[in-house]
Design a protein around this ligand. Structure first.
Ligand code: NAD
Length: 552
């Protein structure tokens, strides 16, 4: 096993490979592992517990070497972070195909995964970690912003002003919560066990301040609430300990959620009564004890959430499967609070909307500024989108290669993709743009406790959809396509696919972009139309989609 070397951040207008598609894969893989992007780059961990970009450093180096020699009519296959073969394919085929953490259903649990992981046969790809399109916390900010904005519309007359949101977890994804709440004018108190994570969020401007005691956190939060001032506070502590203390002292938040890495009881969630160092030792010496303690703490955590919900807090699960763990631990009403997708996001999925992102391969922030101008001009009538882009320009610090995210839907993604390609062709940008998305998208995931929770027709666990999504995007000529298991909610609970495509300014890319940026969000519309959602059916009819069994 080689140890970590500093990962080069490739940027500029010169190729290190034989084409911009391979180059984009190389740059995005390396970008995922930059010190200011990844949560723990030394172990190749990008975010989300142990979500990795490559299986080990030998595999990383072999992938880099292979991408540098890969021809424009070849495809590299990556099995759980290890490059396994290069096949001759054709120019329009994806340059890379990846499959991460997939297990046969009866074996699809953490125990079996850990066994394979320890033998060096697998890695956990999470979502954008193993599919090389993680862009730091910005990648989740808009989705988190949209969630809190919708919550504000549904419960607080359109804004979180004068409300306190309590949450936990300031990791790669969870770190977006304080900024998303303050962007919605509210106060956020985020409990986090790891002081370094708190400091990191302050450095990157996602969090305003840090406190060490609950009393101090309450004092600051209530003062800001009274003045209707937006403020985010990082409170050092364990959520399973702090929430019961809040109940004891009579502190009641208006909004309550959680984004600790509860999907992974071994590596993600720190049990009450243990320090981070003790947990690291227990992980090696007595993993079963650690897992049992973590699950008990999660049950305590959920019980406290249920008490606060009962007292009136708007409470929701933020996609980490904590309710399932609590239920398994005997908390019978663990699912009494909803998941964020059915509560706040699904209508957007019905229109094929989801987290669309793009990255300037040049590394020049000016390229992203120009693309921001393009989106503001093209979608000038979309007030929410324009507000988001302006806010992002002002408040979001880039991590690694400059990038931008916004939620765009069916039709709009293809239109904007063409515009980006035109900008590259015209020489307006210094290098090509790479376009991708989270797997948490409208048509690319089956996850019954999260994205497909409480589907109208009960098809929550049907996983044909992400597979069809990966297949059609490959056929259409995406630059790299991936199929993963266990992202977001852990082993056994999800299947999902990723898609990334390069706008290099060529006519060939224009055709691929048109195809893939249509089929990809199109799958979201189809999946929801098929499940009986009227908004999705209307979207399909309005846009002339050819669904053989949809009534005209
Ligand atoms: P991460 O592993 O980078 O961060 C988790 C954080 O939780 C860490 O900083 C850790 O120190 C902290 N933590 C662990 N136990 C704690 C406890 N008991 N009390 C307080 N803090 C504790 O993970 P991430 O990328 O931020 O993702 C968080 C969770 O959200 C994961 O389960 C992930 O799968 C899920 N997720 C949600 C979405 C979404 O859109 N809602 C998207 C992707 C992932």
């Amino acid at each position: 096993m080689t140890t970590k070397k500093k990962v080069t951040l490739y940027k500029g207008s010169e190729l290190n490979t034989k084409g911009w598609v391979q180059e984009a894969a190389l740059r995005m893989l390396a970008n995922n592992l930059q010190d200011d992007v990844a949560e723990n780059p030394a172990d190749l961990v990008v975010y989300g517990g142990i979500g990795k970009a490559a299986r080990n450093w030998e595999s990383y180096e072999a992938i880099v070497k292979t991408l540098k020699r890969l021809e424009n009519d070849e495809t590299l296959l990556v099995q759980s972070g290890k490059p396994v073969v290069v096949f001759k394919t054709h120019a329009d085929a994806p340059r890379v195909l990846l499959a991460n953490s997939n297990l046969v259903p009866a074996w699809a649990n953490w125990d079996h995964f850990h066994e394979l992981d320890q033998k060096g046969l697998m890695m956990y790809g999470q979502m954008t970690a193993g599919s090389w399109i993680y862009i730091g916390s910005q990648g989740i900010v808009q989705g988190t912003y949209e969630t809190f904005a919708e919550l504000g519309r549904q419960h607080f007359n359109g804004s979180l002003s004068g409300t306190i949101t309590v949450t936990a977890g300031l990791g790669g994804m969870g770190g977006a919560q304080p900024l998303a709440v303050t962007m919605n004018e509210g106060v956020c108190m985020a409990i986090e066990v790891d002081e370094e994570r708190i400091d990191r969020r302050i450095e990157t401007k996602y969090l305003d301040c840090k406190v060490y005691t609950l009393a101090e956190a309450i004092e600051k939060a209530e003062a800001a609430k009274a003045e209707k001032r937006a403020l985010s506070i990082g409170l050092l502590g364990n959520a399973a300990e702090i929430l019961p203390q809040m109940i004891d002292v009579g502190f009641q938040p208006d909004v309550l959620t959680d984004q600790t890495s509860a999907h992974d009881p071994l590596n993600g969630y720190l049990p009450v009564g243990m320090t981070l160092t003790e947990a690291a030792a227990a992980r090696q010496n007595e993993p079963d004890v650690l897992i049992a303690k973590a699950k008990q703490s999660m049950a305590t955590h959920v019980k406290a959430m249920l008490v606060m919900q009962e007292k009136g807090a708007i409470t929701f699960d933020y996609g980490n499967n904590i309710r399932q763990v609590a239920l398994d631990e005997g908390v019978k009403d663990a699912f009494a609070f909803p998941g964020f997708v059915p509560a706040y996001i699904r209508p957007q999925f019905c229109e094929g909307k989801g987290p669309f992102r793009w990255v300037a391969l040049s590394g020049d922030p000016e390229d992203i500024r120009k693309t921001d101008e393009a989106i503001l001009e093209m979608f000038a009538d979309n007030e929410g989108l324009c507000k988001w882009i302006r806010m992002a320009q002002e408040k979001i610090a880039f991590q690694g290669l400059p990038s931008r995210i916004c939620w765009l839907g069916y039709g709009d993604r293809a239109r904007f993709g063409k515009r980006l390609n035109d900008m590259v062709a015209a020489g307006e940008l210094k290098a090509p743009i790479v376009i991708g998305r989270d797997h948490l998208d409208s048509g690319s995931v089956a996850s019954p406790n999260r994205e497909t929770e409480a589907m109208k027709d009960g098809s929550d666990a049907v996983a044909d959809w992400p597979i069809l999504n990966a297949l059609i995007n490959s056929v259409g000529g995406a630059s790299w396509v991936s199929l993963h298991h266990g992202g977001g909610v852990g082993m056994g609970y999800s299947l999902h696919s990723g898609m990334v495509i390069v706008a290099d300014g060529t006519k060939e890319a224009e055709k691929r972009l048109e195809r893939v940026l249509t089929t990809d969000p199109g799958m979201g519309v189809v999946r929801h139309a098929d499940a009986g959602y009227e908004l999705a059916q209307e979207t399909a009819r309005r846009t002339g989609m050819d669904m053989p069994m949809l009534a005209k």
